[in-house]
Design a protein around this ligand. Structure first.
Ligand code: BGC
Length: 397
C-alpha cells in the first residue's frame, strides 16, 4: 500500500513537472499508434483501490476537462462540482468550455495536449464530430474519458462515465403515465434533445419504451409529430427511426428553439388537441421554455411536464407548481467517478467498469450511476435534506 501511495505521489509530481515544463511549448508526443492499434491493456483496478492519498495542496493533475457550453445550466453545475471535488482532494486541473462549437472543442483539446495532459475528460458538443478530437488525443498518448455524453464512431475512447440515461427517459415517461391514469385520448406533446448528442437518443429510447404501450392502447394521442405517429405501433425503434422523430421534435437543447417549436405546435393544434395536456420535455432548461409557452395558451387548461437535471431554476418551478418533475442526476457522483478513473488511468491501470456502451465502433467500458425522479412531493428529501442544495436559495419550501 505504502509503495502504491508513493508511486501515485511520484506520478502526480511528475505530471505536475510535465505541465510546468511544457506550458506553451510543443508536447513531447509519443509515436502515434495506428488507428487500429488497441490501447495497451492496462491491469484492472477496483474502485476499492481508488486513490485516497492526499496530494500536496493544489497539486496539478495532468488532466484536462472540456465541457460543452456554459449556456446550458447542466454544465455550470458540473464545473462547480469539479472545482469542489478537485479542491477537496487537493488537486488542480484546467476546465475549458467549447461554446457549443466542435471546432472550439478541438482547439481546447489541442491546447490541453500541448500543456502536457495525460488524461482528457471530454463531454462532446457533437458525439460524432468529437471522434477526430479523441483520435488526436489518443495519438498524443492521452487517455480519453467520455464524460456524460458518449464520443461516437471511434476506438479512441478509453472509458465512459455516465448516468443511467435510459432510466432518465423511462422515469420521465412513467411520470406522465402515472398522472394520466386510465382515461383515453389524452393529448401528448413530445420533445427531444439535440440530435448531435447520443444521450438524446438514449433518453428518447427510455421514454418511448414506457410511452409506446400507452399510445398503442389509446391513453395518449401524439399531437405534434407525424413521424412519431407513423411509428407509434412499434415497441422498439431503430436508431434511424428515432432520428426521424428527433429531427421533428428537437429542441437542440436550447430554450429559444424549444419555445419556438412549442409555439408552432400550439399554432397548428386545434383547441380540441389542448385542454389537459401531457408534455415529454427532455431537460429542465427546455421544460421551462416549453411549459411557459403552454401556460400562455388559453386553450391549455393544465399540463404535466417532465424535465431532468434538477437545475436550480426548475427546482424553484417545481416548488411553485410550474414544472411537474425533474430527474435528479447527482453530478457529484459523476465527478468523483471521473476523477477516480483519471487517477487510475494515470497509474496505467483500467478503471473498474460495470458494463459497456457501444459507440458505433467499439464497446466502451463504462460506469453508470442511478437517477431519481423528483417532484413536489419528494423535492425536499431528495435535494435539500441530502445537502445538494440549500433551502435559503429557494422560496416557498
Ligand atoms: C445531458 C443533460 C443535459 C443536456 C443538455 C445531455 O447530454 O445528459 O443532463 O441537460 O445534455 O445540456
Amino acid at each position: 500500500m505504502r509503495s502504491k501511495l508513493f508511486s501515485l505521489l511520484a506520478l502526480l509530481t511528475f505530471a505536475s513537472f510535465v505541465l510546468a515544463a511544457c506550458g506553451g511549448a510543443a508536447p513531447q508526443t509519443p509515436a502515434a499508434p495506428t488507428a487500429a492499434a488497441p490501447a495497451a491493456a492496462p491491469t484492472a483496478a477496483t474502485s476499492a483501490e481508488a486513490p485516497t492519498a492526499a496530494p500536496a495542496a493544489g497539486t496539478q493533475l495532468a488532466v484536462g476537462i472540456v465541457l460543452p457550453t456554459k449556456d446550458e445550466t447542466r454544465w455550470t453545475q458540473d464545473e462547480a462540482r469539479f472545482k469542489e471535488a478537485l479542491d477537496k482532494a487537493g488537486y488542480q486541473a484546467e476546465i475549458l468550455f467549447s461554446e457549443k462549437d466542435s471546432a472550439k472543442e478541438k482547439a481546447n483539446v489541442e491546447s490541453l495536449i500541448t500543456k502536457g495532459i495525460k488524461v482528457l475528460i471530454l463531454t462532446p458538443v457533437d458525439g460524432t464530430a468529437a471522434a477526430s478530437t479523441a483520435a488526436a488525443a489518443r495519438a498524443a498518448g492521452v487517455k480519453v474519458i467520455s464524460y456524460d455524453r458518449l464520443i461516437r464512431d471511434t476506438d479512441a475512447v478509453d472509458y465512459y462515465v455516465t448516468f443511467d440515461s435510459l432510466a432518465v427517459g423511462a422515469q420521465q415517461a412513467q411520470y406522465l403515465v402515472d398522472k394520466a391514469g386510465s382515461a383515453k385520448g389524452q393529448p401528448l406533446y413530445i420533445y427531444a434533445g439535440a440530435a448531435s448528442d447520443n444521450n438524446a437518443f438514449i433518453f428518447f429510447q427510455g421514454a418511448w419504451s414506457v410511452l409506446q404501450p400507452k399510445i398503442a392502447d389509446g391513453t395518449f394521442v401524439i399531437k405534434n409529430s407525424s413521424e412519431a405517429i407513423a411509428l407509434q405501433d412499434k415497441a422498439e425503434l431503430t436508431r434511424d427511426e428515432q432520428a426521424k422523430i428527433i429531427a421533428q421534435v428537437t429542441t437542440d437543447w436550447a430554450p429559444a428553439t424549444a419555445k419556438t417549436l412549442a409555439e408552432s405546435n400550439l399554432t397548428t393544434a386545434q383547441a380540441a388537441d389542448k385542454g389537459d395536456v401531457f408534455i415529454l420535455a427532455p431537460n429542465d432548461d427546455t421544460a421551462r421554455a416549453i411549459g411557459d409557452t403552454f401556460h400562455a395558451d388559453k386553450d391549455v387548461k393544465s399540463f404535466v411536464i417532465t424535465g431532468q437535471d434538477a437545475a436550480p431554476a426548475s427546482v424553484q418551478y417545481i416548488i411553485d407548481g410550474k414544472q411537474s418533475m425533474t430527474v435528479f442526476k447527482d453530478v457529484r457522483t459523476l465527478v468523483a467517478d471521473s476523477i477516480n478513473a483519471a487517477v487510475t488511468l494515470l497509474q496505467d491501470k483500467a478503471p473498474v467498469a460495470k458494463g459497456s456502451y457501444n459507440n458505433g465502433k467499439v464497446d466502451v467500458p463504462a460506469i453508470q450511476s442511478p437517477v431519481i425522479s423528483v417532484d413536489k412531493a419528494n423535492v425536499k428529501a431528495a435535494l435539500f435534506d441530502s445537502g445538494y442544495y440549500q433551502t435559503s436559495d429557494y422560496t416557498g419550501l
